[in-house]
Design a binder for this molecule. Structure first.
Ligand code: C5P
Length: 206
């Protein structure tokens, strides 16, 4: 069983993915972390994020053991991720890892932007999570502050809108719901209500 969750920045898809995986005893992959890891490695070496060839080389050498590094969650790295993820060859370099993760037993939940459309077009269940940009900005700001980062909600909102635009308008694997995706509007749901709604979608599809 493969559950694909896609949606824009800070829509809550990561939390939903983690909770669904826990509920069903499946493995969970937050695919945004992969692009964030590419961006972070480039930032750390002082490289230009627009250097496509270097980004591809970095993508091919990624160490999944390092995906838990909290620095990957910062706004700056997220912004960098949306730059490097627009390169077709960077995405191509990361396809096999994601498909292999999805295929391994007993089942998997993957969340990202193109899971239902490109990575796992045959996923058993596809959920497209949306939420009002203001709500998303508020959540991201609170998360950043909880990590001790200095976050301004207006700046976070601007960053989210910029990232959404870039993710929706890129030529390869743009952010959009798969034709057979179920849309879940997370704007007015707390975590528990969101999880219940997602489980209901999975149950109805099984
Ligand atoms: O979801 P998250 O905010 O961690 O993603 C960071 C960036 O990585 C996104 O803005 C997007 O550009 C890119 N991404 C992607 N495809 C995915 C997951 C993330 O292009 N499957």
């Amino acid at each position: 069983m493969i559950i694909a969750i896609d949606g824009p920045a800070a829509s809550g898809k990561g939390t939903l993915g983690k909770r669904l995986a826990h509920h069903y005893g499946y493995r969970h992959l937050d695919t945004g972390v992969i692009y964030r890891a590419v961006a972070y490695a480039m930032i750390a070496m002082g490289a230009d994020l627009n250097d496509e060839a270097l980004a591809v080389a970095v993508a091919l050498e990624l160490d999944p053991e390092k995906f838990g590094n909290p620095i990957l969650k910062t706004q700056k790295v997220g912004e960098g991720a949306s730059v490097v993820s627009a390169f077709p060859k960077v995405r191509e370099a990361l396809v096999n890892f994601q498909r292999q993760f999805a295929a391994d037993p007993p089942g998997a939940v993957l969340d990202g932007r193109d899971i239902g459309t490109v990575i796992c077009p045959d996923a058993d269940v596809k959920i497209f999570v949306v939420a009002d940009p203001r709500v998303r900005a508020r959540r991201r700001t609170l998360e950043a502050r909880a990590r001790g980062e200095d976050a301004d909600e207006e700046a976070v909102l601007a960053d989210i809108l910029k990232r959404d635009e870039r993710d929706k308008n890129r030529t390869v694997a743009p952010l959009r719901p798969a034709a057979d995706a179920h849309t879940l509007d997370n704007s007015n749901l707390d975590i528990e209500a969101g999880v219940r709604a997602a489980i209901a979608i999975v149950e109805a599809a099984r």
